[in-house]
Design a protein around this ligand. Structure first.
Ligand SMILES: [Zn+2]
Length: 219
């Protein structure tokens, strides 16, 4: 059995550390009360300092923004002042002159010369420019000064294609017997053997319906 005095002594001990006597009517001793108060104070202080840090970061950002604005405004003012000054007017005039003056950049001149060479080459071969409307579609074509020179014509087509940044599309001649010789032909009927008109040259005397759809393809 525990003596009453011992129980009373235990009841008067601090509820937290159970070693030191309670402080007056409180349930804890003075040391524990002070320690808890200190922890509370530190927690509050840490929270306050976090808030203060965030606040000062925001304030610093706002200050920096205001400073940037002020600097830009100042720069704008300086620029306007400079633009209105004799030096500024001279500079603006010099820039304007440079913009309107003919370009003498080497690459630019070379490009222009290249374009002029292309233009001259095609112009020298051009007899007429045809505008044809066929089946509701417009076509432009160039009649050549020497229409039988296919090599020169192809060169002109390639130059023009490059100049216009467009593909060159070659349409073969369906009447061309030399082209037909390159592929397998149906053997002529025995009774026409030796009398085949198209084996005699480029031109047949009678128009042929067959072969009109042949040809075409990129050059
Ligand atoms: Zn205590």
């Amino acid at each position: 059995m525990i003596p009453t005095a011992v129980i009373e002594a235990k009841q008067s001990l601090c509820a937290q550390c159970r070693t030191r006597p309670r402080l007056g009517a409180l349930s804890r001793c003075g040391d524990c009360v002070r320690a808890t108060a200190e922890v509370d104070r530190q927690t509050r202080q840490a929270a306050e300092s976090r808030v203060a840090t965030r606040k000062s970061a925001k304030e610093a950002e706002a200050r920096a923004t205001a400073e940037r604005h002020a600097a830009l405004e100042k720069l704008g003012e300086l620029y306007l002042q400079f633009a209105a000054s004799p030096e500024g007017i001279r500079l603006a005039e010099a820039q304007q002159a440079e913009l309107t003056a003919p370009r003498n950049n080497a690459t630019y001149v070379e490009t222009l010369e290249g374009h002029e060479r292309d233009r001259t080459l095609v112009a020298n071969q051009t007899a007429a420019v045809h505008h044809t409307v066929d089946g509701g579609k417009s076509w432009l074509s160039i009649a050549l000064t020497n229409p039988r020179d296919h090599t020169r014509a192809l060169e002109a087509a390639r130059v023009l294609g490059r100049h216009f940044e467009a593909p060159v599309i070659r349409h073969e001649d369906p009447e061309d017997a030399t082209r037909l010789a390159d592929r397998a032909q149906a053997q002529p009927a025995r009774h026409t053997f030796g009398r085949e008109a198209r084996s005699l040259g480029n031109r047949s005397t009678a128009p042929r319906a067959a072969g009109k759809k042949r040809g075409g393809g990129a050059a």
